[in-house]
Structure formats: structure tokens, C-alpha cells
Design a protein around this ligand. Structure first.
Ligand code: NAD
Length: 445
């Protein structure tokens, strides 16, 4: 059956989810408070870079299934299922800031209170929220509208930026948190087109669904941090983390993914979600040892990368560095908590000059750094007359550079590689100094 769906918050999650629901035949009303974003979207221009999104966006606007507005009432009065895809950024103490979610729930309830229709609705929380938030949101609706008008469901999102359309259209699993049979049936029906190949729709209580999201991110962050922790050990004892990764990953109990050592994880999810999980645990006097360690290893790993640059050059004033990669990972323009930003801020603090290149994230970097750094529109000119190349994001285009051209452009043939893109032996043969993660460092002389 086709539904009328409201999406409140048209960012990475909201826009991708809304577009995917429209692409499976539903009529979708996307709401955002950002007027520029909505104006662009109405013209079919995506405000974010996400492979495949443009096509579905334009197609579904053209076919009349995707609407954009800044007015919440437009979605609330039309739709029987309303998704909250709102930001839950970290407060200073690491807890999740829930004001967008709670305030919007109150606004929706007030719109419903004043509406003629007394239709029962589902409000689905897709934002990543601490355990107990679903109960709080349900309490808001029950207090304003009375019990039974709204069923609050948890439906955590697991999409990966860079593969978001693919993940939304063919999710490995859909988690639905509800104990209400009516809401469960509707949610199953809505998601059925996305799981036709047999991937599961897993229904559980609201609290367990909320924790499932944090547990997944904390576990993935822990996998990465485990390898990063080991990488220092490998450098000291002369082992190669890349070979160890392959050796370990072939064990199906361990799995091949999320074992890449590197500069550390960033992005809008892992750092904030691990901190929020730790904060909620502390509120319940629980010490979550492993997520805490994963977070601490990550912080150290980024600093260790900067330390490599400092120990090679000593003082960094009067030095200039080229940085390749600004997005927190390839195939996105998202720079939230990007390791590149950490590295660049440290270089600037040490009075170095920085010229950057990224295939998609230059504009987001410009919003953050302004004229404190310079920007290049191609990867090679960024390196011209710089003291070294620093690679932070593993975009495919960086994997096979023209090393001879690089040698001509760089003042010194030096590369700091935070993603282990190249083979140390080859770099030695090419006569580069090459500093990487958890493998042999090809040093001067
Ligand atoms: P985002 O910042 O890209 O998008 C949020 C949108 O909400 C913005 O466009 C903002 O303008 C809008 N907004 C803020 N207040 C609003 C209001 N009162 N009414 C309407 N719109 C409002 O955030 P995101 O990355 O899409 O993340 C949303 C949630 O999903 C977060 O809780 C996040 O942790 C979670 N999540 C994100 C990802 C991801 O990969 N980005 C993956 C899974 C889960």
C-alpha cells in the first residue's frame, strides 16, 4: 500500500530516506527549517553529495511524489506516518542534545490538537537518540493529545554516507522498535519493498531498538580502534598491520570489514554516538570500558599522526603542507568531525601554511576555515612548493598518483599517509620518505 509520509529534517538521513520512500511509490513531504536547502531541493538540486541521490531526487519530484516545505503543518496535516530525522548533536558533556526532537514532537502534537482530523498517526524516531527518548516523546504526545492518538516508534538508521541510497533501498536489516501491533504492521508494510531479497525486518521494544543503534556504532568504532591501537605496536616491533588485517579478517568470526588501521574515525556518527552512549551509561553508574577505550585510542591516533609530522620537521612555522582529503571518508562531502580538520587545525596552530584538495568537500571546508588555508581545484597543484603531502581521506583518485609529477611539485619527496594507500617498498624504490600507519616507515636517508 502507498502511504503519505512526513520527513522532518531533510539532511543526510531525512533526504535519503524521504527520496527512497518516494521511489517505492509513497507520497513524501519533506520539511526543514533551512530555507536555502528547501529552495534548492524544490529545484531538484541536492544540498549534499551522495552518489545516486540526484537521479532519484529529480525523478520523484518530476513524478509528483516528493514535496519540500519549511512549514511543519504541511507534513503533519497530510501524513499518517511522520519520521523525525533531526540532528542530535553532542552537548559539551557528550550527552545527546535532544531539543530538536523534543521541541518538534511538541509542535507536531499542537498542530494535531488544533486539526479537524482526529486520525491516529505514527511518529517514527529515526534520529539516533539515547535509550528512554522514545518514552519521553510518547509522553509529550499523550500529555497534549491524550493516550492513543500517536504511537511513537523507534526506527534507527544504519545508512553509510557514500552508499546511503544503496543502503536505504536495500538495507541489510530494518530495526523497528514498537510493542504496538498496528504500528508494527504499517511499518512492515512500508519497508517490505526494500527487503524483498530476504533481509530481515527485526521488531523489538523501543528501548532495545534505541540501544541497538548505539551498540552497533560503538562496536564498529571499537573494531577500528583495536586495529589502530595495534598499529603502534606493529611499528615498534616491525610487523605490518596490513598483513595482519588480511590474516585476521579471513577468520569469519572476525570478518574483513572495519579492520583498516588509519588516522582514526570521524564523521557525524561514531564520535558523537560513542560519547553519548558513555554519557548515558554514566548516568546509570555503568562503566562501559570498551567504548571508552575505543574513544580514547581514536583521540590518541589522530594526535600520533600529527606527531609524525612534527617529529620529522621540528618547528612547523615557515613550512607549507598539502592536504589531500577533507571529507571524513570518501564519497561524501560531509566534514563533520573529519580527521582532516583535526590535522589542519594542529598544523595551523603550529603556524604552518596549508593548501587543501578534496573532490567534493572543499565548500564545507571553506565554511569552516575561511581564508586560514588555501584551496586547490586539482590534487596536483595543491602540492606545488609544499614541504610534504599529507593524505587524510582515502578517495580512490589518490590511490594511484603520478609519483614523478609529485616529486617535481613537492619541495621534498615526503608523504604522510593516514590511510596506508601505498606500498612502503615501492615508496622506498621511488625514493620517497613515507610515513604511514602500523607499517615500516621509510625515513630520510
Ligand atoms: P543533518 O544535520 O544532515 O540533518 C538534519 C536536518 O534537520 C538539517 O537539514 C536541519 O536543518 C534540520 N532541522 C533542524 N531542526 C529542525 C526542525 N526543528 N524542523 C525541521 N528541520 C530541522 O543530520 P543527519 O546526518 O541527517 O542526522 C540526523 C539524525 O540521524 C542524527 O540523530 C544522526 O545521528 C542520525 N544518523 C545519521 C547518519 C548519517 O550517516 N548522517 C546515519 C545514521 C543515523
Amino acid at each position: 500500500m502507498s502511504y503519505k509520509i512526513g520527513i522532518i529534517g531533510t539532511g543526510y538521513v531525512g533526504l535519503v530516506s524521504g527520496t527512497s520512500f518516494a521511489a517505492s511509490g509513497n507520497e513524501v513531504y519533506c520539511i526543514d527549517i533551512d530555507e536555502d536547502k528547501i529552495a534548492k531541493l524544490r529545484k531538484g538540486i541536492s544540498p549534499i553529495f551522495e552518489p545516486g541521490l540526484d537521479y532519484y531526487l529529480k525523478q520523484n519530484i518530476r513524478e509528483g511524489r516528493l514535496h519540500f516545505s519549511t512549514i511543519l503543518k504541511d507534513a503533519v496535516s497530510e501524513c499518517s506516518i511522520i519520521f523525525l530525522c533531526l540532528p542530535t548533536p553532542p552537548n559539551e558533556d557528550g550527552s545527546a542534545d535532544l531539543h530538536h526532537v523534543l521541541d518538534t514532537a511538541k509542535e507536531i502534537a499542537e498542530i494535531m490538537l488544533n486539526a479537524e482530523s482526529k486520525e491516529k498517526k505514527i511518529v517514527v524516531n529515526k534520529s539516533t537518540v539515547p535509550v528512554g527518548t522514545g518514552e519521553k516523546v510518547q509522553a509529550i504526545f499523550d500529555a497534549i493529545l491524550g493516550v492513543g492518538r500517536v504511537v511513537v516508534v523507534s526506527n534507527p538508521e544504519f545508512l553509510r554516507e557514500g552508499f546511503a541510497i544503496e543502503d536505504a533501498m536495500k538495507p541489510e536489516r530494518v530495526v523497528i522498535g514498537t510493542s504496538d501491533k498496528w504500528a508494527e504492521e504499517l511499518m512492515r508494510d512500508l519497508y517490505e519493498p526494500f527487503v524483498r531479497s530476504g533481509n530481515p525486518i527485526i521488531v523489538m521494544d523501543v528501548k532495545s531498538a534505541e540501544v541497538t543503534k548505539y551498540a552497533s556504532n560503538a562496536f564498529l568504532a571499537t573494531k577500528i580502534s583495536f586495529m589502530n591501537d595495534l598499529s603502534l605496536f606493529c611499528e615498534v616491533v616491525g610487523a605490518d598491520i596490513e598483513k595482519i588485517r588480511i590474516g585476521m579478517g579471513s577468520d569469519s568470526r572476525i570478518g574483513k570489514r572495519f579492520l583498516f588501521a588509519g588516522i582514526g574515525f570521524g564523521g557525524s556518527c561514531f564520535p558523537k554516538d560513542v560519547r553519548a552512549l558513555l554519557h548515558t551509561a554514566e548516568e546509570h553508574n555503568i562503566d562501559l570500558v570498551l567504548p571508552k577505550a575505543a574513544f580514547e585510542v581514536n583521540r590518541k591516533q589522530m594526535q600520533r599522526f600529527v606527531d609524525k609530522i612534527v617529529s620529522r620537521f621540528g618547528r612547523l612555522n615557515n613550512r607549507k603542507f598539502a592536504v589531500w582529503g577533507l571529507a571524513f571518508k570518501p564519497n561524501t562531502d560531509d566534514t563533520r568531525e573529519a580527521p582532516a580538520f583535526y590535522v589542519i587545525e594542529k598544523l595551523l596552530l603550529a603556524k604552518a601554511r596549508v593548501c587543501v584538495y578534496d573532490p567534493e568537500a572543499i565548500e564545507n571546508a571553506r565554511l569552516h576555515f575561511g581564508d586560514r588555508i588555501s584551496y586547490s581545484s586539482d590534487m596536483y597543484s595543491a602540492t606545488k612548493s609544499t614541504d610534504a603531502l599529507v593524505i587524510v581521506t582515502e578517495w580512490n583518485v589518490f590511490r594511484n598518483p603520478n609519483f614523478f609529477k609529485l616529486k617535481e611539485l613537492l619541495k621534498n619527496p615526503i608523504i604522510f599517509d593516514g590511510r596506508n594507500l601505498f606500498n612502503p617498498e615501492e615508496m622506498k624504490a621511488l625514493d620517497f620518505e613515507y610515513y604511514c600507519i602500523g607499517r615500516e616507515q621509510i625515513k630520510k636517508g
